[in-house]
Ligand binder design. Structure first.
Ligand code: AMP
Ligand code: ZN
Length: 483
């Protein structure tokens, strides 16, 4: 199915054609690791993870190379390390690990490559040298700057004119730069700050040059897709383009994609405003990762998304409905049967699944229309529900059962592209329950039954029922589920 994506550069929705279908390249600007990611920061990784999943399905798992970097050197990191009285590496390592855990909880697949800025300083220095040689950059005492006035193309992504840019804000300590909108490629070393030796003086890289160097080193250019949040179009992505294209004389990326803002009470969620909710705290409050993910995907990625508790509650209710459908279909049993009897017995071929999930795929392929894709999941769930409940007697040919297997496989397959419905339905409904206590009571009850102490067994059953737990006894033992 052909994928269409909105390209910020052309300002239009285009059919996506990778330069090489055997090597599709995607780069997304990753986090600056100095504190907890808020739910707005989680929007780009979740959106582009969904794109990553779609690309993998379309071109093959090993054909898609996705790089998402870590910015582990930056003013804010230096300030955070100084405030905490800790070395920079202690801060960046701590928050990198937390970020990976948070993203893992949201079902974000690890990207193929996760370059860290500090591991690519040599590449940045080489790129800056190239820009100086080409006359696109110049060195002055406070650092090395990109000469915006010499770049006729500058502004093509954001649509800003050089005149508008001349009114750019002044940055403290950059008084010796030649043009007001020239930006730092390299900042001269300051006491107490980390610094690297370079031919143009000791110092540290500017933020924009990090991505240009990492893209070139990790993926080579032009890459197929470059993504990030809307706030990165200017100046970050504009500057990435200016640097890379001036140095290499070829495009940096063919398609530029930008997600809209996550807001709270219609205001952009941001650390500087202070209106933030972190992923970490939402998980600690007991919200499941899939619920948060559903909420993030409930709006089209280019549209704003207003975050609220109600949004999370709706997402949870939607997932509850779908998991209920899977639980009623007794997916575990189907899964085991499939495993035992082989696919030939119940023909759940991938072609048939593809056929059933076509409307879903066409929604997702239409510029990643996740709200429509989520609605299509409900249609797929309806088909599962219709096939649920037939018994062997009223289905002698096994047709209804085959249908149940096929529709269930289709629902799971479609949902996996969104990174949801990946849990066991029973586990899903066990959220917030004291499972170790319940397991212990179920085990005690098994012992009581063995000892033929039925009064005790019944008492424990009642106790479990009061906790919302239903016990199911079978020849092989006892299991439980939320009622
Ligand atoms: P920052 O920590 O501000 O550098 O942001 C890291 C990433 O999160 C960037 O891709 C930003 O575009 C993105 N981002 C930050 N705030 C929001 C928000 N409120 N909504 C959507 N994306 C955001
Ligand atoms: Zn970047």
């Amino acid at each position: 199915m052909r994928i269409q994506l909105t390209n910020t550069l052309s300002r239009s929705k285009e059919v996506f054609e990778p330069a090489d279908a055997g090597r599709v390249t995607l780069y997304v600007c990753g986090p600056t690791v100095y504190n907890y990611a808020h739910i707005g920061n989680a929007r780009p990784p979740v959106v582009f993870d969904t794109l990553f999943r779609l690309l993998r399905r379309t071109y093959g798992d090993s054909a898609v190379i996705y790089a998402r970097n870590y910015t582990d050197i930056d003013d804010k990191i230096i300030a955070a390390a100084q405030a905490a009285g800790q070395p920079i590496e202690a801060i960046t390592e701590k928050f990198r690990v937390i970020y990976e855990q948070d993203m893992g909880a949201l079902g974000v697949l690890p990207p193929t490559l996760a370059p860290r800025a500090t591991q690519h300083v040599d590449d940045m220095i080489a790129l800056i040298e190239k820009l100086i040689e080409a006359g696109a950059a110049y060195a002055v005492p406070s650092g090395v700057y990109f000469a915006v006035a010499k770049d006729a193309d500058y502004g093509k992504l954001s649509g800003r004119s050089q005149d508008e840019l001349r009114a750019g804000a002044r940055v403290e300590g950059e008084d010796d730069k030649q043009g007001p909108s020239d930006f730092a490629l390299w900042k001269a070393a300051k006491p107490g700050e980390p610094a690297w030796d370079a031919p143009f003086g000791r110092g540290r890289p500017g933020w924009h040059i990090e991505c240009s160097a990492m893209i070139e080193s990790a993926l080579g250019s032009p890459i197929d897709i470059h993504g990030g949040g809307l706030d990165l179009i200017f100046p970050h992505h504009e500057n990435e383009i200016a640097q890379s294209e001036s140095a290499h004389g070829r495009a940096l990326a063919r398609v530029w994609m930008h997600n809209g803002f996550l807001t709270m009470d219609k205001e952009k969620m941001s650390k500087s405003i202070g209106n933030i909710v972190t992923v970490n705290e939402l998980l600690a409050q007991g919200w499941q990762g899939e619920t948060i993910r559903w909420a993030l995907l409930s709006a089209h990625y280019r549209a704003p998304l207003d975050w609220s508790d109600d949004l999370l509650k709706q997402a949870q209710a939607s997932l509850d409905r779908l998991y209920q459908v899977l639980r009623d279909a007794d997916y575990d049993r189907l899964d085991e049967d499939l495993h035992d009897e082989g696919e030939s017995h119940y023909p759940v071929g991938s072609n048939q699944v593809d056929d059933i999930i076509k409307p879903f795929l066409s929604a997702l392929s239409d510029d990643l229309n996740t709200p429509r894709a989520l609605a299509e999941l409900n249609e797929l769930a309806k088909a599962v529900r219709d096939a649920t409940g037939a018994t062997a007697e009223d289905d002698p040919q096994g047709d209804v059962r085959s249908r149940l297997m096929l529709t269930t496989a289709a629902l799971r397959s479609a949902a996996s592209l969104l990174g949801i419905l990946q849990s066991d339905p029973n586990d899903w409904f066990r959220r917030g329950m004291d499972t170790s206590k319940i397991d212990a009571l179920v085990a005690q009850r098994v012992e009581a039954r063995k000892a033929k102490d039925f009064a005790a067994s019944d008492r424990i059953r009642d106790q479990l029922a009061a906790m919302g737990v239903e016990v199911m006894d079978s020849a092989s033992g006892s299991t439980w589920r939320r009622k």
